[in-house]
Write a protein that binds this ligand. Sequence first.
Ligand code: NCD
Length: 292
Amino acid sequence: MDHLLSMKRLGPDGIIRILDRAAELRGGAVPEIGRTHYISNLFFEPSTRTKTSFEMAERRLGLDVIPFEAGFSSTLKGETLYDTVRTLEAIGLDALVIRSPEDRFYKELEGRTSVAIINAGDGSGQHPTQTLLDLFTLREEFGTLEGLKVTIAGDVSHSRVAKSGRDALQMFGADVRILCPPEWQGDFESSEDWEEVLPDSDAVMLLRVQHERHSGEGSFSAHSYHERYGLTAGRAERMKKGAIILHPAPVNRGVEIAGELVEHSRSRIFRQVENGVYVRMAVLETILKGRD
Ligand code: NCD
């Protein structure tokens, strides 16, 4: 594994290898990183969890983390992503974790740099490490992914989490259902009726409305959205025994999910965040060992 770009490219064997290694690391295994590796996190979109989680994973692996502040970088002077990456390669970086508002930003880099690229979210494209931590959390809960019924609810057409999640869950024979307003269904088949999907779902994954990716759409009422498409407290009571709530966060309480559900006994939202560190350690260790 040279890079991590999308779930389809990682494939089922690659996914299982990462999940198994993340489980070992979570269980206390000692990371195996040989020589010093230099890594930097290039975030051209806001991030709390993903960026800090990568930084924690990098430090736990003993990597040398070189600071990069997108808001103070030469990209503000018109430098392209390609020229930025080639510059960091020339300085001696081994790997770059990149988040970009551009779908498939990595296309302009492929085959043109020897630095390892880890996709930390590309526009409305993919979010591979989020999906790996979602799969890890589901497997930890249910022991398997096969046959799981997972409802993804919200702004799916603009969500990279929904797309990489669907791609990966389907590889493992999970039954993915989508609940969303018809104007946000994109190429997903969707339902607007919670009763069609809720009663037998093993997991419900809520998504934040991606206002920053909407262009010139009409007014949005958080209250009406919550009533129609959100996971309300009443709906959570009708979930089946043992079913769990997932959310990649940031959470907008009272919009896609009732505030009181964030720390409900069904919620695994903070467990997802915890698991993310181990999954990212496994990804970075695998990629960097391959370069030694
Ligand atoms: C998501 C993202 O940035 O794609 N969050 C995350 O990385 N944990 C989801 C979102 O922004 O709503």
